[in-house]
Design a protein around this ligand. Sequence first.
Ligand SMILES: C[S@@+](CC[C@H](N)C(=O)[O-])C[C@H]1O[C@@H](n2cnc3c(N)ncnc32)[C@H](O)[C@@H]1O
Length: 416
Amino acid sequence: MTDISSLRVEFLNELIEGGTVSDPAWLAAFRDIPRETFVPYYFTQRPNQPGWLLVERPSREWLEGVSSSRALITQIDGTDDNVAWARTGRVQGVATSSSSAPSLMALMLEAADIHDDHRVLEVGTGTGYNAALLCHRLGAGNVTSIDIDTDLVHRARERLAALGYFPHLAAADGTAGYQDRAPFDRIIATVGIPGVPGAWIDQTALGGKVLVPLDLAGSAGLMALLTVNSSGTAQGPFLPDYGAFMPLRAKGHQTAMDVLATVGDQDADIRETDLPVGQVANAAAFEFFAALVTGGFDTLGFTPNDGGPPETWLTQPDGTWACHTTHPNGTQIVRQGGPGRLWDNIETAHRTWQQLGQPARSRFGITATPQAQWIWLDTPSNVLITSPAALSSPAHGLDQFHRHGGQESNFLDIGL
Ligand SMILES: C[S@@+](CC[C@H](N)C(=O)[O-])C[C@H]1O[C@@H](n2cnc3c(N)ncnc32)[C@H](O)[C@@H]1O
């Protein structure tokens, strides 16, 4: 199977067999909207080679990429200059836009329970592909999509117009929502957000829903589906599935590499631990809970040149870090530094999670008001995490946290 139509059949089968699309209306959208129109090129990495390579139309590799259910990186460091540079070799940098994995998009579109007459705001236009799927289902008049990057919005508009779709697109910071077109029945973000923006609650119709991939620094992959109720509160569970997105473009956050570059000069606390790092960086189990309690962390593997044991580095945007090693005799050593004590906090979270019976992510939920947000287990009255480290309210500044007063029963405050 090599031509585009055969690859498209494989792609649709993958979505159906993977169980991500069951609604015929979404299946029709995925069948009819050509992803290749929205992704004329993408960047890729090769194992053990630094930098990004460009994969362009009409190469075979490009065709297979755009016909796959993989996420494809479409922009590096927020500039198109990298496309031209990548034609002459590798480029270095951070991915700033992508065409999200269609399987994840499908999962989110179904989970958001979108009906034919709904007015939807998408935050994170990117290539425009998801906006096209929404237009196919709802009609362009019901679709608003915003992205912080003016060039991306411009290009998405051209690609959508080429298919005959003219939704309302705008270059805007998604954390403020989009008041001009409110109220919305659904707000769906395809970018990681460090909390539920108050503006989204205000701009969603009563009974409407907000689907937020939470960005907790690392790869917790938590997606919350909240329903907005009459008291200006939104609440709902985390989806059972893992879904990680690139973070909001925000200034002042150190990446894992930035943090690592500072470490040599710092004092570190060193001690033994009996918690294997594999249990922490385990997306299928504990990692989401560690991220909720600590505020999240990036994970990086590193093999020293001096023949020492492999190191696993966990870093936070404020420069906090921990480095875990398992020595040949089985001893596990952790070093910690920066403003916080990340491994101590992870161990506390792990003990709590064990005591709770290792609950899965879908047993947790979030309640958000424009002023505060908190995490509960099984039922909104069973508030578990009020930690200022866990969530921020981006509408009020990315680094500002709000502490919940808490009148609920069974209150177990494990804030750190
Ligand atoms: C994963 S991509 C979105 C993929 C897109 N839905 C598609 O179908 O191609 C995430 C997008 O979020 C955008 N973004 C980042 N920070 C943002 C912000 N503060 N407000 C709005 N969009 C933002 C990025 O520019 C990027 O294009």
